[in-house]
Design a protein around this ligand. Structure first.
Ligand SMILES: C[S@@+](CC[C@H](N)C(=O)[O-])C[C@H]1O[C@@H](n2cnc3c(N)ncnc32)[C@H](O)[C@@H]1O
Length: 299
């Protein structure tokens, strides 16, 4: 007898949970991960379980789903690397192992208007530093129709993936891709910098589940306290920011390390689904003041 879509999702979720796979690349539980993989394999819309739930699934399709779930368990690759697609704020992005799976909370802030207060007609040049697969650059270009976006990364491979997404969303005329180590090839001046950099500290890197090890380590590792990239970014940023420019910076679970590294920096923490500890807004003046008050060795 044919099983239904919902039965297949529930059975697949049990298999994922029993195998102890880790989540965090677009879903945070076995049911949602199973739903994503099952619906994708069956070529059904992944955002409408209710509509698909009672559909019968042929034995051949059920077998294809089983193979996909086997692959997820055996390889421990994030689902997005198997489907070659990730979703952020309802927008679809291509992704493969050349770039980290996009999941930045900055996407949420672009969508809900949280940073609009600091922007205005003067906001024309936007930089997405550490762009990975280009998702934040694409979302920024979609959110702010009058801006030009530069999407930069040190990784040639990540930029190849970003180019696919820029083309997919027909934004070639508005997004420029640049290979750059930090701000070195990005003189600006910028009105808005978005940055979701590598920030995972060395201790946390050693404890990451296999799913995260499938991603480029360049995208995650931030040195001993996670702040290596952020330190050099903050040192260089004021010189390439216009007077009214702001930097929106994500630091994951590293707020303690951040505050230890930059004790005088006046950060404005922004609320996202992850809480009020993961993304901050920094004005150019605040960064410059902190730089002026810090010995070169700390900032
Ligand atoms: C956490 S990922 C963020 C990717 C993307 N913005 C996102 O949110 O999905 C960090 C990115 O920083 C890039 N990166 C690492 N070191 C860098 C450096 N020194 N200069 C520029 N980019 C760097 C990595 O290649 C990676 O794509």
């Amino acid at each position: 007898m044919n099983s239904t879509v919902i039965e297949l999702i529930e059975a697949s979720a049990s298999r994922l949970a029993d195998a102890g796979v880790a989540f965090g690349h677009g879903t945070d539980n076995a049911f949602d991960e199973a739903a994503w993989l099952v619906l994708w394999q069956l070529r059904l819309p992944i955002d409408d379980i209710d509509d698909a739930a009672d559909r019968p699934v042929s034995p051949a399709d059920a077998a294809r789903v089983a193979v996909l779930i086997d692959t997820r368990i055996d390889t421990r690759k994030p689902a997005a690397y198997l489907t070659k697609e990730a979703w952020l704020q309802g927008v679809s992005f291509y992704v493969d192992e050349r770039a980290i799976v996009p999941r930045s909370f900055i996407a949420e802030l672009l969508a809900d208007g949280s940073i609009d207060h600091w922007l205005g007609e003067h906001t024309l040049q936007v930089l997405d530093l550490c762009t990975g697969n280009g998702s934040l650059a694409v979302l920024a270009a979609m959110t702010y129709p009058d801006v030009q976006v530069t999407a930069a990364d040190i990784s040639t491979e990540a930029l190849e993936v970003a180019a696919i997404n820029v083309a997919r969303h027909q934004l070639d005329g508005r997004i420029t891709l640049v290979e750059s180590d930090g701000l070195s090839a990005l003189p600006g001046p910028w009105d808005l910098i978005l940055c979701n950099p590598p920030y995972v500290n060395t201790g946390s890197m050693a404890a990451l589940p296999a799913e995260y090890l499938a991603e480029p380590s360049l995208a995650l590792a931030g040195g001993n306290d996670g702040m290596d990239f952020v330190r050099s970014l903050l040192r260089a940023a004021p010189a390439v920011m216009n007077e009214t420019a702001v930097l929106v910076l994500e630091i994951g679970n590293e707020r303690d390390h951040f505050e230890t590294a930059f004790p005088t920096l006046e950060a404005i923490w922004l609320e996202t689904a992850a809480g009020e500890d993961q993304v901050m807004l920094l004005t150019r003046d605040a960064i410059a003041r902190a730089n002026a008050g810090s010995p070169a060795s700390t900032l």
